[in-house]
Design a protein around this ligand. Structure first.
Ligand code: GLU
Length: 509
């Protein structure tokens, strides 16, 4: 339970997988609520039955579970202001619509889609756009033009109707947005939006306002795409005579090149996910990739998202959820769109990977090793991980960075052989075997001391020896400190790899 009047909600429509922009909206709501000791609520806005997609609601719940964002109230946890799914609140919206009708803020409209379509076509032919507004309503079939008697007759006969908001003519609506400041709009440019549909369901606008009011929402924090709806929402609050919540419209997430909004279709087309979890389209079976399946740590994902549109006012970039909560404020959310940068996203994951415990990483890596056909000792894997983790962004990259600990070279990098395997390399490696065999304590430190002493005593080239040595051990000129590698391999394996290398590469003529 919380003891604050701050109540915010995330109100997705389950029409498909949740875009990362939606996750960021939810995150900012969460951070704002937690910062002020308030409540974070999940409300499902499913009044548009035509856009219902099976599995989408569960996807939303799973996505937040993965991100570690928990709700204080909502569809999964319940609460005092439920039900939290609008289709379960269907009956409740009717009385509010009636209230608006009685007060003269709404009216019945009987125009069929065909009739409206015909008007639209006529307008288009005259190069005009049709909007159902204070002017046009005078010419159309609604309770304002038909009168009470005819209206009641049509309703009794069962004629389909919608209920529209009666937008005032030539009034200035003044709105305040926490991020954008004062916004003004003249009502004459706005249309008479449908509040209640012929299928007996309210539209988003009505249900959203009614629920925000009944659920005592104090701050509406949502995407910028809802800003054009704000005048209507403000007028609806006034029409009901309700106190308005505060509003904050968040900047859009943009494509990496900044050219337009990051859309659901961009993801796999541009080679990165735009959804938190992988999604399988129930109709087409098509798969869209997810950050989770791509190997992101939830903490890195959340951290990266938080920084898309908000900044702490200093140079810090790495924040846990608690640290974000501490630092967050809506005042530091920018007005302009935030470019999604897939390279930066991977950088965040890298930061979390290097901070992660080697044991945790090794356990995550184990199934990948097994998949590659290697049953390795966990301690060995932990050691190997500790040596290479600063070279990987994702756990899945680790295997390619350390497989040589467990797999003898099958090939020897051709270019490296050409450049680094010299005429003397064969004999020097042969000699090296003698130098390292029998070193009492085969630690990195000891072998390094002995080998370097030998190089010095013989007057060999340090680079030449070390490159050839690395080539026979790893098969390429990559990997961490060579003496660390051979410590992990042990003396026997090290000697056998030198032998194999000598045999495979041979003597340079
Ligand atoms: N159901 C709307 C959506 O899907 C909610 C918008 C709002 O937060 O008011 O984004």
């Amino acid at each position: 339970m919380t003891n604050s009047n701050i109540r915010v909600r995330f109100a997705p429509s389950p029409t498909g997988p949740l875009h990362i922009g939606g996750v960021r909206t939810a995150l900012y709501n969460y951070l704002f609520a937690k910062k002020h000791g308030g409540s974070f609520i999940l409300r499902i806005e499913d009044t548009d039955q035509t856009r219902f997609v099976p599995g989408a609601e569960q996807y939303i719940v799973d996505a937040f579970n993965w991100c570690g964002l928990t709700f204080d109230e909502g569809v999964t946890v319940g609460g005092d202001y439920g039900p939290y799914k609008q289709s379960d609140r269907k009956e409740l919206y009717k009385s509010f619509t009636e209230e608006l009708l009685e007060k003269g803020h709404a009216y019945y409209a009987f125009d069929t889609p065909e009739e409206l379509g015909a008007v639209r076509i006529q307008y288009e032919s005259e190069k005009k756009t049709f909007i159902y507004n204070y002017e046009e309503r005078k010419r159309l079939r609604n309770s304002i033009t038909l009168g009470a008697e005819e209206t009641n007759k049509l309703i009794d006969e069962g004629s389909p109707f919608v209920i529209r908001f009666r937008m005032p003519e030539d009034e200035t609506v003044i709105m305040n947005d926490i991020i954008r400041g004062k916004v003004e709009v003249n009502t004459s440019v706005l249309d008479d939006k449908i509040l209640f549909k012929s299928d007996g369901m309210p539209t988003y606008h009505l249900a959203n306002i009614v629920d925000d009011h009944l659920m005592k929402i104090s701050h509406v924090i949502r995407g910028e795409e809802w800003l054009p709806s704000l005048p209507l929402h403000v007028l609806l609050y006034d029409a009901f005579g309700w106190e308005k919540p505060e509003f904050a419209h968040l900047p859009l997430l943009l494509k990496p090149d900044g050219n337009g909004k990051l859309s659901k279709r961009d993801g796999d087309r541009l080679g990165f996910p735009v959804f938190p979890l992988q999604w399988t389209d129930p109709k087409t079976g098509g798969i869209s990739s997810g950050f989770r399946e791509d190997g992101y740590f939830p903490g890195a994902f959340v951290n990266m998202l938080a920084m898309l549109g908000w900044n702490p006012g200093d140079e810090r970039e790495i924040f846990s959820l608690e640290e974000l909560t501490e630092a967050f404020s809506l005042e530091r959310v920018g007005k302009s769109g935030a470019k999604f940068d897939p390279v930066k996203a991977a950088w965040y994951n890298h930061q979390y990977l290097v901070k992660e415990d080697d044991e945790v990483l090794a356990n995550l890596l184990m199934p990948i090793a097994i998949e590659n056909g290697y049953f390795v000792e966990i301690e060995q894997l932990v050691n190997a991980v500790s040596m290479v983790k600063d070279r990987a962004n994702f756990v899945k990259d680790l295997w390619g960075q350390l497989d040589f600990f467990f797999v003898r070279p099958e090939t020897y990098d051709e270019k490296a052989v050409k450049k680094r395997w010299k005429a003397d390399s064969y004999d020097q490696m042969e000699e090296l075997k003698g130098v390292i065999s029998g070193i009492p304590d085969f630690t990195s430190e000891n072998t390094e001391k002995v080998v370097k002493q030998w190089i010095e005593d013989k007057g060999y080239g340090m680079g030449m020896i070390m490159n050839a040595f690395r080539l026979v051990i790893v098969g390429a000129l990559k990997g961490p400190h060579l003496f660390d590698i051979i410590e992990l391999l042990g003396e026997e394996e090290t000697l056998e790899r030198i032998d194999q290398g000598l045999h495979e590469i041979g003597r340079k003529e």
